[in-house]
Structures are given as structure tokens and as C-alpha cells.
Design a protein. Structure first.
Lengths: 235, 416
């Protein structure tokens, strides 16, 4: 009799234990990267697809190395945007790398190309600069580094599609004025230094009108040779 | 008699050997350097003396103050631009008296009013550690202080009002652990630099120690450590306190903003024993305080409109993490019900958290913290005020509603 009572009590205690453990698990946030990066979503979208704010870029599908470099640059203050600098200030390298991998691995569809409010001539200039560059002014074509499909190259060169003209224009402006910089040799600073304001408007507008390619993934490292040294894409 | 004598001799021999062994450990340079590094962590020297992307302890970090910008100094052993020519005496004088080796006065942004409590032995260990790091040849930037604050003689006045020189004196009535905690909190930890009201002269007075204050230039409120109405830890368990200090998260709350920096650079590296000692001391200095009258400038009608809109905003944006009853999912999604930092008289911190979100620091104990999203772009001033008013008054919380104007003013507060 006593033994049966003891066994009964033991079972109750064991059950209570299981219930406690279950309660503890359900009372914790999901152990996922998606839950950990919720702080990113109001500006960058739930899967990094971007939001209606034209100045906040799409993150999804960009090369992880590129995203990681940006996270490091925001954390150190090299890339200046106080809301980002503030959020990342005390996060360790491996965590930033995990965040970069997370968004690099998300593939929500690219948005449809945006209708442009600039003239055909401006778009034609943008297309010429993006696809052929302007040798007389030392401007390389965007495609020479960002890839024939403009989808970027692993690990450090970002794709340029799926971004709004306002964002690209703001970034090129920041490179021109030296408020956005990257590791030396800072190729984008050199390139942007050769662009006029009209060039920036044209190339940003043309990029935003481009349809998504069949395969929007960045091409593997070493698919093509870069025309000049790039600190973000060491050989 | 003979055996007694030989026993005494043996005992004496044993004692001397033990003492000798202890001397040996204390004098082993590597041990002293390691201890110095640990103490430099406890003093969070790196927070100021290492610039972003800069070399360790080479200084050059800009420190905005209400009086202008100060640039931190190079404390590497470089003989010309660093402190390579300083002796251990010079270093102790700086820590203890707030004066350069030539007698010059140091601006009190350097927390010498706290470091004066550091023992000579600890100062020497930090000195030994700083001698061991790579020398960096980097000149100090001149400070950019406005007239009349660029006159260092003014520091004499500040010192008269706010500086009491002297090493920490243990309280023999308290435990060794309590005294160790007090030594760390009041000395190297320099907690009072933020957790005390800062007056217009940039000082904190003894009687106001640890009573909380708005951190100048940063616009974060460093809550009182003595009032249980604020960050007083009287009803916290020791484990919750040590969790918060070591990992940045706890079952009672999470650190953000300037305190995230402290946990990230300093507290996460302290030993379990030292963290516990600080917790014991911090718990002991809190005083149960009567609930204050909830002060608000708003009319009853406006308050109730805000709170009712606030519930709508809360249910839509906040409840999925913080729970319908503000219970959260601690330690990662902090509870808001019965959370002192939500109810404090100053609503600066909750408003800032709603506007800018935040991540607790990544620490050894919590390497991948969960983040709070920023809502500045999604919510209007009125909605921010409403949701903060709601969380300050719902579920038995005893805070006061806040106005849209207060929310608006913090939109422009510096983030970094």
C-alpha cells in the first residue's frame, strides 16, 4: 500500500517536472535567428525584403560577406547612421556574422521594377554608365564589379537590384562626399569620386527600373576578375 | 617542553613558508599583470581610452560633455605620446589624487573621485598591466572646451565641492563580501558617475550618491540604486542581480544603452565571487521607498484617452513579445509589469526604448541577445506617448502617463 502511494507520488512529481519544463520552454522566445533579428524588421522587412521606406535597403539574398562588413562598419561607426550604430554597438563578431548569414540565406522575391519619373535620356545615360562605364572619365561599368547580371559576387560584392533609386542615390552621394567609406583600397570611393550628380541620378534611376534576373543569387567568388583592387573583396 | 618548542618552531617554519609562497605569487610579474588586466576591466578603462576602430588604450575617443568635447588620452607605454615615462608613483597619484605627474589638474571626466578609493596594490597591478601592452605612438588630441571651461584652474573649485581624496575604508561591522562589493562599486566600478544626479557644475555630491540622474549629453536616465522605486535592488534575488550584471539579461529586466556598454566592456569579465559581492552590496544599499504620488502634467481626460489608445497600440505591436499582461518571456523579452524601469518618475528610458529599440550586450553568458525593434518610424508622437502611458499604468504599475511632447522631444536625443 505504502509502496503504491509512494509510486503515485513519484509519478505526480515527475509529471509536475515535465509540466514545469514545458512551461519553461513555451515561456521562452523561439530559439531562432528570425526571433533574434526582429529588431531589424520594422525597417528592413520580416525577411529582409525591404519596406515601403525607400531609404531602407533590402538585405535578403545579398552576399553574407558584404552584409557582415556593413554590420562591422555600423558597429564601429565607420558607416554612419545613428539608429544602426546604436543597435549594433555591443554585439560580438560571431553574432553579427550569424545575422549576415541569416539575411543572406533569405530569398523573398525581388520587387517588380519601379516605374521611373526621369526622362529617357537620363535612363540612357544610366544604362550606359552601368553597362559600359565611361573610360574618358575613368568611370568603370557597374557590371565590371557587380556582375553581368548585377547580382553581386561572393563574398563581398553586393547585388544592385531590388533597391530603390533613392537609396542607391543616397549611398553614391555618401561615397562621393566621403561620409561612407570602406576598407582600403576603397574602390567605391574612387569610382563615386568620378561621378557627377547627374550621373548619380541617372545610374540610380536605371538600376531601379531593372527586372529581376532568373537567378538573383550572387555569383561564386572568383567568377570574374575585378578591374582593380577592392578592400572589401580581397583576392 | 622540548616537544612544545619544536612544535612551535615547526609551526613558525610552516607560517614563514606559507608567507613566502604568498609573496612569491604576489611578486610573480605575470600574475600581477593578469590581476592588473582584470582590474582594468573592473574599472572599464577601455570604454574611454580606446577609440572605435582604434588601438587598445591609445585614446583619442571624443567625450562630449556639456562644457565641450574632451579627447581621451593615450595610456599605452609609449614614452612620448603615452605614459611610458610614468612611474608607479605617478600612476597612483593620477588615480588617487586626480593630478598628472607634474601636478597638473585632470578633468573630472576621468572618474578619479571614484578611483581615489582604489588601493595602492591594485593601482600598481593596473600600472604593471598597462606597461605590458603594446606601445602606440599616437599624440593626444587637444580638448575642445568652451570658455571659461578651458581654464583648468576651474577644476580646483570642482575639487573643493565634489572631491574627497582617500582609499576605501572597509566597514568592520560588515562582511568581507559586502566590503569587497562596496570597494568595487564605489571604486573601480565608478557606478556613481552615472547613477547620481549630475548638477550644473558637473559634479555629484556625497549625500546624493547613487540616487540616480539623467546622464548629460546622452539623455538616458541612470536610475537610483538606493530607491526601490527605481533601480534599487532590495527585492531582487542575488541571482537576478548577478545575472543582470554578468549576462545583461535577468528574470527582472534587461540592460540597454549606457549600461549595456558597462556590462559589455567590464562587468561580464568579473569573477562570480566579485559579481556576487557587488550584488550583496547593491542589494544592501537600497531603501524601501514609499510609492510616490504619480505626478503628471496631463489632465485626467487626456490621460485616460492616452491610456485607452495605448492599449490598442500595445495589443497590436507589443503584446506578442511582452505578453497581454506585461509578463514578457524573461529573461530575453523582459516583463513590463512590476518592472521598476517602466514605472520610474522619469519616463525617458521607456520612451527611448519604444522609439529606438535596442539590443542588450552580447556577453559570454548571452552571446546572441534578442533585440527590441525601434518604433520611431511606425508610431506617431501621440501613439508613443499612449503606449508608454499604458505600460506605466497597466497591470498594477504605478507610473504616470506621459505627453506626446515628451515623446517628441526624445526623437532628437542623440543615439550615440
Amino acid at each position: 500500500m505504502f509502496a503504491r502511494a509512494a509510486a503515485f507520488v513519484a509519478v505526480i512529481i515527475a509529471l509536475a517536472g515535465i509540466e514545469d519544463a514545458a512551461a519553461q520552454t513555451t515561456n521562452r522566445p523561439p530559439d531562432t535567428m528570425a526571433a533574434r533579428v526582429e529588431a531589424c524588421t520594422p525597417c528592413h522587412g520580416n525577411r529582409g525584403e525591404g519596406t515601403s521606406d525607400v531609404y531602407f535597403p533590402r538585405l535578403a539574398g545579398k552576399p553574407a560577406g558584404y552584409l557582415y562588413n556593413q554590420l562591422l562598419a555600423f558597429r564601429s561607426g565607420r558607416r554612419k547612421y545613428p539608429p544602426m550604430n546604436y543597435l549594433l554597438e555591443f554585439l560580438p563578431d560571431p553574432y553579427l556574422a550569424a545575422m549576415a548569414e541569416y539575411f543572406a540565406g533569405e530569398h523573398p522575391p525581388l520587387p517588380p521594377p519601379a516605374p521611373s519619373d526621369v526622362s529617357k535620356d537620363v535612363l540612357a545615360l544610366g544604362e550606359a554608365l552601368a553597362t559600359s562605364g565611361d573610360a574618358s572619365r575613368n568611370i568603370p561599368a557597374c557590371v565590371s564589379c557587380h556582375g553581368p547580371g548585377l547580382t553581386g559576387m561572393q563574398p563581398g560584392i553586393p547585388g544592385l537590384l531590388g533597391l530603390r533609386a533613392a537609396y542607391v542615390s543616397a549611398q553614391l552621394g555618401a561615397w562621393r562626399y566621403g561620409t561612407r567609406t570602406a576598407k582600403s583600397p576603397d574602390c567605391m570611393q574612387v569610382v563615386a569620386g568620378h561621378l557627377t550628380e547627374a550621373d548619380v541620378t541617372a545610374v540610380s534611376a536605371w538600376l531601379a527600373t531593372q527586372a529581376a534576373p532568373a537567378n538573383p543569387a550572387p555569383v561564386p567568388k572568383g567568377t570574374y576578375a575585378l578591374p582593380f583592387g577592392c578592400g572589401s573583396q580581397p583576392n | 617542553m622540548g616537544s612544545k618548542l619544536s612544535f612551535a618552531l615547526l609551526a613558525l617554519l610552516a607560517l614563514t613558508t606559507a608567507a613566502h609562497a604568498q609573496d612569491k605569487t604576489q611578486n610573480n610579474p605575470n600574475d600581477v599583470i593578469a590581476r592588473g588586466e582584470y582590474l582594468a576591466r573592473a574599472g572599464d578603462c577601455t570604454a574611454c581610452h580606446t577609440a572605435p576602430e582604434g588601438r587598445l588604450f591609445a585614446g583619442g575617443r571624443a567625450m562630449p560633455t556639456p562644457f565641450g568635447t574632451l579627447y581621451t588620452s593615450n595610456i599605452t607605454p609609449d614614452p612620448t605620446t603615452g605614459i611610458g615615462k610614468w612611474s608607479a608613483d605617478d600612476f597612483y597619484k593620477t588615480m588617487h589624487s586626480g593630478r598628472f605627474p607634474d601636478g597638473g589638474l585632470i578633468y573630472p571626466a576621468m572618474p578619479f573621485a571614484s578611483y581615489t578609493k582604489v588601493t595602492r596594490a591594485d593601482s600598481d597591478a593596473i600600472y604593471a598591466y598597462l606597461r605590458s601592452i603594446p606601445a602606440v605612438d599616437q599624440k593626444n588630441k587637444p580638448h575642445e572646451l568652451r570658455f571659461p571651461y578651458d581654464n583648468r584652474q576651474l577644476i580646483l573649485g570642482w575639487r573643493t565641492l565634489f572631491f574627497t581624496e582617500g582609499e576605501f575604508k572597509p566597514d568592520p561591522k560588515k562582511s568581507e563580501e559586502w566590503n569587497r562589493g562596496a570597494y568595487l562599486v564605489e571604486g573601480l566600478g565608478h557606478c556613481g558617475m552615472c547613477h547620481s544626479p549630475i548638477n550644473a557644475l558637473g559634479g555629484t555630491s556625497q549625500s546624493e550618491a547613487f540616487k540616480g540622474g539623467l546622464i548629460p549629453m546622452q539623455n538616458w536616465y541612470a536610475p537610483s540604486l538606493t530607491s526601490d522605486r527605481e533601480a534599487g535592488l532590495g527585492d531582487w534575488s542575488i541571482k537576478d542581480i548577478t545575472d543582470l550584471l554578468q549576462t545583461g539579461v535577468s528574470m527582472r529586466g534587461v540592460v540597454y544603452g549606457p549600461m549595456a556598454e558597462v556590462v559589455h566592456n567590464s562587468l561580464q569579465y568579473l569573477s562570480d565571487e566579485d559579481t556576487r559581492a557587488m550584488a550583496v552590496y547593491l542589494k544592501s544599499i537600497s531603501q524601501p521607498s514609499p510609492p510616490p504620488p504619480a505626478r503628471t502634467t496631463l489632465s485626467t481626460t487626456e490621460s485616460s484617452l492616452l491610456v485607452s489608445l495605448g492599449k490598442t497600440v500595445y495589443d497590436k505591436h507589443c503584446a506578442s513579445c511582452h505578453g497581454a499582461q506585461g509578463e514578457g518571456k524573461p529573461p530575453h523579452w523582459p516583463p513590463l509589469a512590476n518592472n521598476q524601469s517602466i514605472e520610474m518618475q522619469s519616463a525617458v528610458n521607456p520612451i527611448r526604448m519604444v522609439l529606438n529599440g535596442g539590443y542588450p550586450p552580447g556577453t559570454k553568458g548571452n552571446p546572441m541577445p534578442y533585440g527590441m525593434p525601434p518604433f520611431a518610424g511606425l508610431l506617431s508622437d501621440n501613439e508613443v506617448a499612449a503606449v508608454v502611458s499604458y505600460i506605466r499604468t497597466a497591470w498594477g504599475n504605478r507610473g504616470a502617463p506621459v505627453s506626446a511632447r515628451e515623446a517628441n522631444e526624445l526623437r532628437s536625443a542623440p543615439l550615440k
